[in-house]
Structure formats: C-alpha cells, structure tokens
Write a protein that binds this ligand. Structure first.
Ligand code: GLN
Length: 201
C-alpha cells in the first residue's frame, strides 16, 4: 500500500518535528499553508504552538473554511497541545477572539496544569497504542474537562497532582493529545495516526 500523504499545518508551532515523526511512521509528510496544499493531503496534523496565534493565522492565510470543509467531509486530523485546543468545541481560559474548528465535542482548559508545573513529563497509557505507556511531554498544556457522548477517552494522567485528567481523545477520524509525542522520538502515536489515515482513505 502506498504511504498516505499527511500535511502539517505550518502557520506556527513545531512543524518540522511532526514532519520528521510522520515520515518515520511511514507517511509522506509535507508542511501545509495554502488551500491548494490542503487539497492534496489524506490527513492533517495541527501542531503544538500557541492556539491564539494559530487561530489568527488560520484566518490570515484563508485556511478556516477549507479546513472546516475537509473536517466535515471526514478528513483525519490529529491536534497536539495547541492543536487539541483548535479541535475543541469549547475553550476555557482562552482569548475571546480565538476560534477553533469545533471538531471534537469537548471542553478544554488552556494552560491547565498551572504555572508551577508549566512543563512536565509523565507516563500515559494510550488505549489502542500497544507497547506500554508513552512518555508524555506537556508544555503549557491544556487538559480536557468534559467530553461529549461521541468522544472516546484514550488516555489520562495516572500519577501526581494532575492524576485523572484526560489528555488524549478521539472522535471518529479526529485525534487530540495534550502532550507532544513529536518531541520524544517514540513514533507510536504518529503510527497510530498514520494507520487511522490509511483506514480512512
Ligand atoms: N498554551 C498553548 C496554547 O494555548 C499551547 C502550548 C503548546 O502547544 N505547547 O495554545
């Protein structure tokens, strides 16, 4: 089977790391900035960065309507950290003018883990990802406070003050994590997404 083509939304954030991880996981990965580039992909990653900035740039680059349309048509999308925020239907502690793609029925809280633990790492078991817990890296990460009935919870924090917090979810072809698997060299989460894209196309 030929490798699926997966775009990484390249308006802001850690684009290159996702391109590398997706390539390692068997996809053909390209940065995507324009509607014509979006047309050519079988799946899309929205990287970590700053969701308020990504939201603004989505409008400036006239990508909102094209992405909304592809999501409505079933495009597989994986959002990490800021990308998770961009996929949520409701954002707490956001800026009033930030807008996402309303893809996954869930409430996320920005910068939820608090200032003292701006960044931290923890093992997280992800349902559907074999081989034991992922080493999850959280950087000013959101967590998920509520999910709708259509949303499957894939992973929660097991230890420490944030124990029980939902940090990985899926709704049909849409996947989101609070953490950054592209920073660890562990390709299992990207492989999970590449499989999802293969199955969807
Ligand atoms: N705090 C950032 C935001 O609100 C997300 C941080 C990240 O993506 N590492 O978008």
């Amino acid at each position: 089977m030929t490798a699926p083509v997966i775009g990484v939304l390249a308006l802001q954030g850690d684009v290159r790391e996702h391109v590398t991880a997706l390539t390692g996981a068997g996809a053909r990965a390209h940065p995507v900035r324009r509607p014509t580039e979006l047309d050519a992909v079988d799946g899309l990653v929205i990287p970590g960065g700053e969701s308020t900035t990504i939201s603004k740039l989505v409008d400036i680059f006239e990508m909102r309507e094209p992405i909304d349309k592809r999501i409505a048509a079933g495009l597989p999308v994986y959002g990490s950290c800021a990308g998770m925020i961009m996929l949520a239907t409701e954002v707490l502690d956001g800026r009033p003018d930030q807008r996402g793609f309303d893809g996954i029925e869930m409430t996320v809280r920005r910068n939820a883990f608090g200032r003292q633990v701006d960044s931290f790492e923890a093992p997280v078991e992800i349902s559907g990802v074999p081989g034991g817990p992922l080493h999850a890296v959280f950087i000013r990460a959101p967590w998920v406070e509520r999910v709708g009935a259509t949303v499957e919870v894939l992973g929660t924090v097991t230890d420490g003050p944030a124990a029980g917090r939902i940090v990985a979810v899926r709704r049909d072809n849409l996947l989101a994590t609070s953490f950054h698997p592209e920073l660890t060299g562990d390709l299992r989460l990207h492989a999970y997404f590449v499989d999802l894209v293969r199955t969807a196309t």
